[in-house]
Write a protein that binds this ligand. Sequence first.
Ligand code: ZN
Ligand code: ZN
Ligand code: FE
Length: 741
Amino acid sequence: MRGQVQGVGFRPFVWQLAQRFGVSGEVLNDAEGVLIHALGGDLDAFEAALKTDAPALASVDAVESAPADVVQISGFTIAASGPAGAETRVTPDAATCLDCVAEIADPEERRFGYAFTNCTNCGPRFTILKALPYDRAQTTMAPFRMCPACQSEYENPADRRFHAQPVACPECGPRLWYEADGAERSGDPIALAVRALKAGKIIAVKGLGGFHLCCDARNGAAVDLLRTRKRRPAKPFALMASRARVREHADASAAEWSLLESSAAPIVLLNASGASLPDAVAPGMARLGFMLPYTPLHHLLLAACGGGPLVMTSGNLSGEPQVIGNDEARQKLSDFADGFLMHDRDIARRLDDGVEMVGPAGPVVLRRARGRVPGTLPLPDGTGETQVLALGGQLKSAICLTKNGQALLSHHLGDLDDALSVDEFFKADRDMADLFDHRPEAVAVDLHPDFRATQRGRARAEALNVPLIEVQHHHAHMAAALGEHGWTGETAVGIVLDGLGLGTDGTVWGGEVLVGGYADVQRAGFLTPAPLVGGDRAQAEPWRNAVVRLDAAGLSDLADRLFPNQPRDALRQAAKAGINAPLSSSAGRLFDAVAACLGLVPERQSFEGEAAMRLEALAASAGQRVGAYSYANDGEVIDPSPMFAELAEDLAKGVAQEIMAARFHGSVGAAFAQVGRSVAEANGTDQIALSGGCFQNITLLAGMMEELSDFRIAGPGNVPANDGGLAFGQAHVALARLESA
Ligand code: ZN
Ligand code: ZN
Ligand code: FE
């Protein structure tokens, strides 16, 4: 059996099937998965049930069978694992299962109210793992000696805790406490924490992959206090709530519920509805990020406070990685938190909450994190035997390893502008290489020489004496989308709408139509470039993009009226002289420009994507078809000037903001779809990839998919459309170039 079959209760499951069908033999873990020797009984039914009845956390990629020597005439045994290196797969952390939830709520059970309850079907995995193989002694559960009752569950193949490595109970396992002002408080820690929350306080809660900062989401003053203390004015907060409370505040479809309830239990972006929450939870957003409780500790906390919703935001200093150690939390979070809900099970590996949503073609991962890693992704048939290390980009960094036809795309490792995140990134690079016994035969990086990830890759390639493969940013985005869909064709078109990435001509790209394949692409279309005046400031201050676009459209007087207090003359002079004003075709900056024209954002964005997210929230609320603005295009260059002229007319007429936002979305979709279509037809392909950070915008994605419904579309899914998916795309490009070399 191949796939995710180790550490998920597969061997006891096979043992139970063997009893049921009268089969004798043995089952063991080996380097390729699970190996079964089976003799006698109803072998056909046994084999069929292996697939159909597999445990909840298992995912079976393949079952292969062949005649073998007899190993055991009667009885069925679970054999010891093979030699070191035999257990190759690590399972992602899994949300508490329904059996365990029922158990901690039952006063008759010995684990009643126990915050560290888990079993083979649920609980911590990757976040407690220190080294392979995945065995209790190699996890942060090692210091806890199992009591006889836990030991007998652990050893009994008929028990749902058979070989559950983190098995524990109140007698022998980790302990929970509440502390404030540097001292542990006596009394029930959950009750103490809930009392603080009800009093409008902020507490730090130690979770699976790090600490959260938590407050009552219905208490506007508490949410404001958290924003002030965290110096986070506008970026939406994630919420945790019981099912009933989610229903009260959001509309979730069946597909969205299945994401919420999946074992990964990510934050899922849902349309807000019904009872409203304070605006400070997610200012200006139409969607709220909800997750269900995913550890017993969360279940106990939520149950004791009426199901929430609670704000659950990562416990970190602005820009830094999430805090995981108890002393680190006391040191760094005491300015934010009035109390700490703590425990003594160490977190071996920092893992943020994942962020996902349901898009027009199914689930879309926005941040690949807890519960999804270290799951692997298949590579297109016949590729990926070569071991490639791909290091991704500067923002939303992530690493990708290829081996045995599989890609291992790491969790979100943060933005590499922050020194501690860079440390974390280097650590993850070493960690993943060790865990997966990876020996890179090539290293892939972004073209940008100043990215920390690029520099790291250069150093790694030199030290390993292997080729360094540089991949253009948007080519990597396109390859990531094609790769996820298993594309193996000759020629495809990529429509990549993104923030910024260095182009092969030395200018900054970001609104591109590319044509080619994994190995190479040509630039076949792009947005008319405009200067990014002030470099990095042009990213943070949307009005700068608005002024240059309006000027280009001959609408300087409108720019003067819209931004009377900004230093427009200085900006125009710098643009004209080309001083710190690189040209860019970025689609992301076009969204910023329009958001600024509509007055949706402050002078300076407080987080990446703020302007675009507000613009989308408006467009999504516009409802039925409202038309689109015009664009000029000569089959290659897409000029937005006519769009700004029509936007100016709408502004003068006082047209509703929602309508203008929706018309803008429609025009971007139509313009790029038109160029993408003609490039595809000219090159004889029906395959179009949609990628780049702008496609996190579901309104844009849905519009484009409709425009191009007669093509095969490779859009975002398990691999983020944002820079979190770059490494995966870089790996595909590297594999293709190595093969064609
Ligand atoms: Zn369980
Ligand atoms: Zn115990
Ligand atoms: Fe990008």
